[in-house]
Write a protein that binds this ligand. Structure first.
Ligand SMILES: NC(=O)CC[C@H](N)C(=O)O
Length: 374
């Protein structure tokens, strides 16, 4: 495929701005989504398969993508979840002993359209200045007006419920069934490395579909509950919010990550909003307000919790702050076993500074279990 003629391609933004490139591997096609960028230098395979990215066209700010190939174990779900890929230099060749295929093969297997040779620095500067917006990538370079019409029909990410598109259809189990603790996880777009992190801390997990009811989770007789990351706007996720409310009412141990964190905030009456530009990268600085320590975190979100409302809410405490823009990065409920973070302690990709949060979850479970037994 390497020397095949590559089709001309465009990135057309919702405001009419056009960037030019070439379709990877001589492909033809068109893909729509919200354009967003990730600043991570590594971890592209994990990012492409993270269900939180469903419906998004990903711009990689790293200038070389594909150079270390892919490995079938380095996925965060069973398929690519981004809607399309935009890069500067696409590496058809790769070099890494652990790789088992090229990125081109991996994209082909998942039928994903990728566009290279785009001036990604100019594109990212543009999005930073003009905010997140819908876009289309396409090889139909002579059909700009037609593409514009179709693009106008693509719904905005604001208000969009996407958890149902990526959640498991049936419940399933993860980990060792003889583990000491049982955790019920609500899958609103869960990443595999979250399951690995919880299971490796002596927990057996049952994973439930996005529309499961609290009673479904409770029937597993779990020691703790988990609300996952995931795509789209948290506001329409009424089922998940209902589950969170029931868990909170009973003061059961609960941990939420990213979309799960936003759901917990909404369950407490605190609203979320669409950010001008989200946080997507693997070096985002966060301050833990309880310990005073900084952590370098992996992030991927386009919505955030309203800080003023969270501060005014007497049931909540802000535990973490994003140091770039002072947005809420972590919450805990006062006098309850409930906490959540806006970022990704499971990393994959990213640093492991925040893995202590999984320890904290299991500690909370342990304490709650001791109290119930006595
Ligand atoms: N990683 C996530 O869970 C993302 C949450 C939500 N979809 C957002 O963009 O803010």
């Amino acid at each position: 495929m390497k020397y095949q003629k590559r089709q001309n391609a465009i990135v057309l933004l919702a405001d009419g701005t056009i960037f030019y490139g070439k379709a990877v591997g001589g492909k033809q096609g068109t893909a729509f989504g919200e354009v967003c960028f990730n600043t991570g230098m590594t971890g592209y395979q994990e990012i492409f398969t993270d269900p939180s990215y469903y419906g998004q066209l990903m711009v990689a700010t790293n200038a070389h993508i594909g150079n270390y190939g892919t490995n079938e174990d380095e996925v965060e779900s069973d398929s690519i979840k981004i809607a399309g890929l935009i890069v500067k230099n696409f590496s058809y060749d790769y070099s890494r002993p652990a790789a088992d295929s090229s990125l081109e093969e991996f994209l082909d297997k998942n039928n994903l359209l990728a566009i290279s040779d785009v001036d990604t620095r100019a594109l990212v500067s543009y999005i930073r200045d003009h905010g997140a917006m819908n876009a289309v990538i396409s090889t139909e370079v002579d059909n700009i007006e037609g593409l514009k019409k179709q693009l106008a029909e693509v719904p905005s990410m604001e208000g969009l419920e996407l958890a149902s598109k990526v959640s498991t259809k049936e419940p399933y189990y993860f980990g060792d069934e003889n583990a000491t603790y049982k955790v019920a996880a609500l899958d609103i777009g869960i990443k595999k490395n979250i399951l690995r992190n919880i299971a490796s801390r002596d927990c057996y997990i049952k994973v439930f579909p996005y529309n499961a009811k609290f009673e479904d989770l409770e029937a597993f007789e779990p020691d703790g509950y988990f609300l996952s990351n995931g795509p789209g706007d948290p506001e329409p996720l009424v089922d998940a919010q209902g589950v969170a409310k029931e868990i909170i009412k009973r003061d059961l141990p609960l941990f939420g990550i990213c979309l799960g964190h936003q759901v917990i905030a909404i369950a407490n009456g605190v609203s979320t909003y669409k950010m001008y530009n989200g946080h997507r990268g693997i070096n985002h600085p966060v301050k833990n307000l309880i310990t005073g320590k900084g952590e370098i975190t992996s992030q991927n979100h386009g919505f955030a919790v309203n800080r003023e409302e969270a501060e005014a809410n007497t049931d909540l405490q802000i535990t973490h702050i994003h140091l770039n823009d002072d947005t809420v990065a972590g919450l805990a409920m006062k006098n309850k076993n409930v906490f959540s973070v806006q970022y990704h302690p499971e990393a994959s990709p990213g640093p492991h500074d925040s893995s202590y949060l999984f320890d904290q979850f299991v500690e909370n479970i342990k304490k709650a279990k001791l109290t119930t037994v006595q």
